[in-house]
Design a protein around this ligand. Structure first.
Ligand code: AMP
Ligand code: MG
Length: 414
């Protein structure tokens, strides 16, 4: 194919899979840590390996409500004598006696000398005589001490993201405080003379600044501290001042608008003077123009102004950067195959992230429809959608009934 007809040979147009590693090469993880109490640890990144100081479970306990007995004491059709009880938090403290059993509840310690539990549904109680039925192997229904992990085992690794399950695991091993990475600071502002704050009247040619709100939503869900610097006018000195101010406060400076052809020259000049920035043309739609670099000690990402473009670029490009800054793994998005419900028009040349509505038919087959018009300024396409329909760079028009790949939205977008 001659390069003239190859849509991917557009000068400077870079596939996101090629661009992201190049960007990430320029990003270093922060190292500063702080100690937080467990209730404050949610959403943070663990900065130390955590080893359990206890066995889990810490003592042999019952997995059922029933009767604890010694396996070798049991014979089919012969009752055992009930001599005590062990409830959660209230162990049986007496000695083992041959031919006996102990009433026991889930989570209660299995008394010394006893080794098995039969569930109460399989017991016939007659006064202090308990007939256990269908007894199987030794140790049945007993959760052994240390069976999940033993003292000294590494439970959570440095660099792990602390979610609800990790919170519970930390508590299970008795961690009251822990070392985590300090939170990232992200400063962001919108640029554009047309942008008005909500609460004001729109004049002719003006629109409300929406990007700051979607970005704030994305950043908050990403668990970073946000510094909202408002709307900055398309004025070189105002923009310069905003860049310098933002970079002095943040690990990452995020802007929207002013990176497309026409406006870029203007932003570029200031950024060339104040930092090291590259203007990229990414082979993604929406979201082609993207600026990236450093201002002072901060990373800078200049997102396109179109509202869908700025969200998609954040999701696809900024999230890997936030992960790298926090030393988190880059987990590839989950993609699933779905049957396309209507034809899609597409030109080869860029990877498209069309907004889609994914559902499953009664027999569990995934199907997907687009949200309709896919203009990069139509933010309602994002509120209607629950997934991206991912159409690869060289793909063209795609007929109804085709199998397409979709990426369900994750918690950042839902
Ligand atoms: P720009 O990237 O500055 O050329 O802007 C591209 C398009 O996005 C224009 O239609 C802008 O009016 C629009 N736009 C830029 N910034 C915002 C914003 N913060 N909120 C809503 N629309 C915006
Ligand atoms: Mg603009």
């Amino acid at each position: 194919m001659s390069s003239r007809h190859d849509p991917c040979s557009q000068p400077g147009l870079l596939h996101p899979d090629a661009a992201i590693p190049l960007l990430l090469e320029q990003v270093n993880a922060i190292t500063a840590t702080e100690v937080v109490l467990l209730p404050q640890a949610l959403g943070r990144v663990l900065a130390e390996d955590l080893v359990s100081a206890i066995d889990l479970p810490p003592f042999a306990n019952s997995a059922m409500d029933g009767f604890a007995f010694r396996h070798q004491d049991w014979q089919a059709g012969q009752a055992l004598t009930l001599i005590g009880q062990s409830f959660a938090g209230h162990p049986y403290l007496g000695d083992y006696q041959p031919g006996t059993c102990i009433r026991i509840m889930t989570g209660a310690p299995v008394p010394a000398g006893y080794d098995s539990v039969q569930m109460q549904e399989l017991a016939q109680v007659n006064g202090d005589q308990v007939l256990l039925e269908a007894v199987k192997e030794l140790g049945e229904n007993v959760r052994q001490r240390g069976e999940e992990l033993s003292q000294g085992t590494k439970v959570l690794h440095k660099g792990c993201h602390i979610g609800p399950a990790e919170m519970g695991v930390l508590a299970t091993i008795g961690i009251a405080q822990l070392k985590v990475l300090r939170r990232l600071n992200v400063a962001f502002f919108s640029t554009g003379d047309e942008l008005m704050p909500v609460g004001s009247e729109l004049g002719h040619g003006q629109i409300y600044d929406s990007n700051r709100y979607s970005l704030q939503g994305l950043l908050s869900r990403a668990g970073v501290d946000v510094i909202d610097l408002g709307v900055i006018k398309d004025d070189p000195e105002a923009i310069r001042e905003a860049f310098i101010n933002a970079a002095s406060k943040a690990d990452l400076v995020l802007t929207s608008g002013g990176v497309s052809v026409g406006e870029a020259d203007y932003t570029k000049q200031i950024l060339d003077e104040e930092g090291q920035i590259t203007f990229w043309k990414l082979a993604i739609k929406p979201g082609k123009p993207f600026a990236f670099g450093h201002i002072a000690k901060a990373i800078f990402c200049g997102l396109p102004g179109n509202p869908v473009s700025s969200m998609v670029t954040f999701y696809k490009i900024v999230v890997p950067i936030l992960n790298k800054l926090q030393g988190l793994p880059q987990t590839p998005p989950v993609r699933i195959k779905a049957t396309l419900q209507q034809a899609i028009r597409k030109q080869a040349g860029r990877v498209e992230y069309q907004r889609g509505i994914l559902s499953t038919s009664a027999d569990g087959v995934a199907k997907v429809a687009t949200t309709g018009s896919q203009g990069s300024g139509m933010l309602t396409s994002m509120t209607l959608a629950n997934c991206f329909i991912v159409l690869e760079q060289m793909q063209g028009d795609t007929p109804a009934g085709s199998e397409v790949l979709v990426e369900p939205f994750n918690y950042l977008l839902d």
